[in-house]
Design a protein around this ligand. Structure first.
Ligand code: HPA
Length: 276
């Protein structure tokens, strides 16, 4: 992954993408992609047509870039994400962030599905990410500093923007959707965690656990984007409830929560529009 990798992808995007900076970028994970399909997008581009992004190998992850107008603002949405555990390196994982940065986006909302660790959470809950723990210990900033990604040693005291968190809270109020907040622990996957790992992450202050979002948020923070993260709790983490975890359970719960997720996302975009 180097500047040329990103350049090749950016060159393949239609000029429409760079015509007007999107007011908000979205990177939508498991289950979330289905909640936001506008009737008449300005652009609909398959990941297969974006060099370096490629098709997701995971069931339930769409692979399309959409450009559309909502509440009078322009949105660029990456429906579906690539993961570190797919083994293709960091390039496809963080490419959406770099493309959004090049389009001129100042705001980014990342969503995911996660396992609940905190006893205050239950499946179906939505959690705004206040902070994270990177349990993997490596991250996409390792390597040469990519132009546009800030300095060698970025400050990470406040990766998730208080201003965007505030808009999410207001959106939750508008839609009467209960919204908790918490710390998200990032694991490499693809295996779910062991009960002992979950006890350790709880001790580290984690409220939820998942296999995404942190790489993208790490790059977005370094690159100076205002970033927010939203998690749908799809199951209780290993050892907390039930003897087994499965991807079907994760997809089933996101399907059930989809109407609530859609309402919250839309209200967030409305709030963002009026805040600009
Ligand atoms: N662990 C890791 N990732 C997840 C989980 C989980 O329990 N649920 C959804 N994504």
């Amino acid at each position: 992954m180097n500047a040329a990798f990103f350049e090749t992808a950016a060159t393949a995007l239609p000029s429409l993408c760079f015509e007007q900076p999107p007011a908000c970028g979205l990177i939508l994970g498991s289950g979330w992609s289905q909640v936001l399909i506008p009737d008449t997008p300005l652009l609909r581009l398959s990941y297969a047509d974006i060099p370096g992004l490629g098709a997701s190998t995971v069931v339930g992850h769409a692979g399309e870039l959409l450009l559309f107008e909502r509440h009078g603002i322009r949105i660029a949405a990456f429906l579906g994400r690539r993961h570190w555990y797919e083994g293709a390196g960091w390039g496809p994982v963080v490419l959406p962030v770099e493309l959004l940065r090049r389009m001129g986006t100042r705001n980014l909302l990342i969503t995911n599905a996660s396992g609940g660790i905190s006893p205050n959470l239950k499946p179906g809950d939505l959690m705004v990410i206040r902070d994270h723990v990177n349990t993997v210990g490596i991250n996409p900033l390792i390597g040469p500093v990519i132009p546009g990604w800030g300095e060698r040693f970025p400050d990470q005291s406040q990766i998730y923007s208080p201003a965007l968190i505030d808009l999410l809270r207001k959106a939750a109020y508008d839609t009467e959707v209960p919204l908790s907040d918490g710390v998200y622990a990032f694991t490499s996957g693809p295996g779910y965690e062991t009960p002992a790992e979950i006890r350790a992450y709880a001790g580290m202050g984690a409220d939820a656990v998942g296999m995404s979002t942190v790489p993208e948020a790490t790059v977005a923070n370094a690159a100076g984007l205002r970033t927010a993260g939203l998690s749908c709790i799809t199951n209780m983490a290993a050892g907390i409830s039930g003897p087994h975890l499965s991807h079907e359970e994760v997809l089933g719960q996101t399907r059930k929560t989809a109407p609530v997720m859609a309402a919250l996302l839309d209200a967030f975009l409305a709030r963002l529009a009026t805040s600009l």
